[in-house]
Design a protein around this ligand. Structure first.
Ligand code: FE2
Length: 206
């Protein structure tokens, strides 16, 4: 699998490119701020981009989706709550929800609905190797729940859902906010206070 973590913009955002090495079919997660940079990475790997997946509706994760779609023909895919909240030029072509799957070459990509930071937040498990978390889980922290549509209790429940996933997954978060650009989910379970919180009460305190 081709994998690239791409730093974009001035808010320490990450976009992600995944593609099959043989067919070159690929998808991009959270294109923002710098469509030319993202298109260059796509070109460098000779990727045929078929999907643009949005982890949630916040502008710093979607504001280059329209330009990337116009230049590649890829369809924009997101949760229905993200579609409801998208503004401006970007709109979805296809909805995805908890339990949905799609394939890129031999690799399977599955979707988890993880509301709390935003109502339409999703995680992607890619090829049983990577876990794309958007702003739900950062390295060493989690996203805020006090923005419109956020909810601390649902965020806590979503983090409990993530905690049940296998340790070997590599966490690919939506921002470069932590001590490393990525860590395994096993490391996050050992080191990240928001995953160590064992009750809603202790999560509230954090
Ligand atoms: Fe966000």
């Amino acid at each position: 699998m081709i994998f690239e973590q791409i730093a974009v913009g001035k808010m320490s955002n990450f976009s992600y490119l995944f593609a099959d090495e043989i067919s070159r079919e690929g998808f991009l997660v959270d294109p923002a701020f710098d469509h030319e940079k993202l298109l260059e990475v796509i070109k460098k790997h000779s990727v045929n981009l078929t999907r643009i997946v949005l982890t949630h509706h916040h502008f710093d994760h979607v504001n280059a989706a329209g330009q990337v779609k116009a230049r590649t023909g890829a369809e924009i895919v997101c949760h229905k709550e993200t579609a409801r909240l998208l503004q401006g030029e970007t709109s979805e072509d296809r909805l995805i929800d908890e339990g949905d799957h799609f394939k890129i070459g031999a690799a399977e990509i599955s979707i988890l609905h993880v509301p709390g930071h935003a109502p339409g937040s999703i995680c992607l498990i890619v090829d049983d190797k990577w876990l794309v978390t958007g702003d739900t889980l950062f390295i060493g922290d989690c996203g805020r729940s006090d923005l419109p549509g956020g909810n601390i209790e649902t965020l806590y429940e979503s983090l409990q859902k993530i905690k049940k996933l296998p340790d070997h997954l590599i966490v690919c978060s939506g921002h470069d906010y932590g001590p490393a650009r990525s860590r395994t989910l096993g490391e996050e379970k050992r080191l990240n206070p928001v995953l160590l919180a064992d009750s809603l009460k202790s999560f509230y305190k954090l």
